[in-house]
Design a protein around this ligand. Structure first.
Ligand SMILES: [Zn+2]
Ligand SMILES: [Zn+2]
Length: 95
């Protein structure tokens, strides 16, 4: 089965790469990643999503819908917690 995003076993534990924004982070194990808001195997099969990207967008193949969020994060830094996806004008996005 194809995995969207990336999960690699490394000496420090596990390295996950978000299928949506490409953000990469190292965790001591899969459970820690899950507890910190990441979606990924074995808790979610088929895809890896960071704590800020809605897994539903990846499943629906509509990650482009929150490109505006990615652009904002690139400019002003990643927020420290999940926010509802917004378009360029700040409107709420419904996939
Ligand atoms: Zn994203
Ligand atoms: Zn992400």
């Amino acid at each position: 089965m194809r995995l969207y995003g990336k999960r690699e076993s490394i000496a420090e534990g596990v390295r996950l790469t978000c299928a949506c924004c490409g953000f990469t982070k190292v965790f001591s194990n899969d459970r820690e990643a899950f507890d910190l808001g990441w979606d990924g195997p074995p808790y979610f099969t088929g895809y890896v999503a960071c704590d800020l990207c809605p897994g539903s967008f990846i499943v629906l193949g509509k990650t482009h819908l929150h490109d505006a969020d990615h652009k904002r994060w690139a400019q002003s830094g990643r927020p420290d917690r999940f926010q509802i996806p917004r378009d360029e004008e700040g409107g709420r996005i419904v996939p």
